[in-house]
Design a protein around this ligand. Structure first.
Ligand SMILES: [Zn+2]
Length: 234
C-alpha cells in the first residue's frame, strides 16, 4: 500500500505517506530480483479462487487516493518493469485535490482526472474505488456510507468506461454493515489496512496489505514480504 510518490514537501501533515520516486525504483528493483511479479487485484482474486494461475511470487502494487503523482512518477517506473499498478480513486474528487487532508492543514496534492485515469486503464493499470469523498465509512450514518459507495462506483465506471469491481476502505475503516453494502453495491473485493498476505481463506472484503512508508527501505520491504509472519488471525 502506497500513497504519494514524491519527495516529501515541507508542511505536510502526513510525511509518512511520501515515498520518493528513487525509493520506489529501488523497491521495484528488489522485488524483481527476488522473483516477484506484479498482478492486478482481479488476477489475484482469480488466483485465490483457483480460476487462474498466479506467478510464483505474485504481488499487487496498490496506491490509495489517486494522486496525480501516480501518473507522473509511479506509473512510468512500474511500466519500466512491464508491470501495472492498482489505484484507488476518490470518485467525487477526480481532477481536484486532497481536500479531506487539506482541510486538516495538509499541503494541496492534485488528484488525477478522468482523462488521465482512462489513459492509465488503457495501459493496463487497474482503477478501484475509494468512495466518493473519502469518508470514514464506519463513522458516518449508514445511509451516507451507502451513497458514498454506490455513487463512487457509478461515477468511476461512467468516467473510465470500465467495470470497477474492487474497493478500498478509506482509513481502513469498515465493519460488517459497511462490508455488506460494499458487496451489495456490486464490488467483488475490498482492501483494508490490516497487515498481512492474502490467502484463499481470506475474506475478499477484508484483504490485507503491507504498508510502505517514507522510511521503508527496499531491504525492509523485502523483510516485510518474506520474513515477517502475519499477525495471528483474530
Ligand atoms: Zn485514502
Amino acid at each position: 500500500m502506497y500513497h504519494r510518490i514524491a519527495v516529501r514537501p515541507k508542511g505536510t501533515t502526513v510525511p509518512a505517506h511520501y515515498v520518493s520516486p528513487g525509493l520506489l525504483r529501488r523497491q521495484l528493483h528488489a522485488l524483481v530480483r527476488l522473483g516477484y511479479e506484479a498482478v492486478s487485484l482481479g488476477q489475484m482474486h482469480a488466483g485465490l479462487r483457483g480460476e487462474a494461475r498466479l506467478p510464483r511470487r505474485p504481488i499487487v502494487l496498490t496506491f490509495d487516493d489517486g494522486y496525480e503523482n501516480y501518473a507522473t512518477r509511479a506509473a512510468p517506473l512500474i511500466e519500466d518493469r512491464g508491470w501495472a499498478g492498482t489505484v484507488f480513486v476518490v470518485a467525487g474528487l477526480a481532477g481536484k485535490t486532497n481536500d479531506w487532508d487539506n482541510r486538516q492543514g495538509d499541503v494541496v496534492e492534485p488528484l488525477m482526472g478522468f482523462e488521465t485515469l482512462r489513459d492509465l486503464a488503457k495501459r493496463g493499470h487497474e482503477i478501484g474505488s475509494h468512495t466518493f469523498s473519502h469518508v470514514r465509512l464506519g463513522h458516518v450514518p449508514i445511509e451516507v456510507a451507502e451513497v458514498e459507495v454506490v455513487r463512487a462506483k457509478e461515477a468511476l465506471e461512467a468516467g473510465i468506461g470500465q467495470r470497477v469491481p474492487y474497493f478500498c476502505y478509506p482509513y481502513g475503516d469498515h465493519n460488517s454493515e459497511v462490508r455488506r453494502l460494499v458487496r451489495e453495491a456490486g464490488h467483488e473485493g475490498a482492501t483494508t489496512v490490516r497487515r498481512g498476505k492474502n490467502r484463499p481463506e481470506t475474506d475478499p472484503f477484508q484483504w490485507n496489505r503491507i504498508n510502505v512508508r517514507r522510511n521503508t527501505r527496499a531491504s525492509v520491504l523485502v523483510w516485510k514480504l518474506l520474513l515477517r509472519r502475519d499477525p495471528s488471525p483474530r
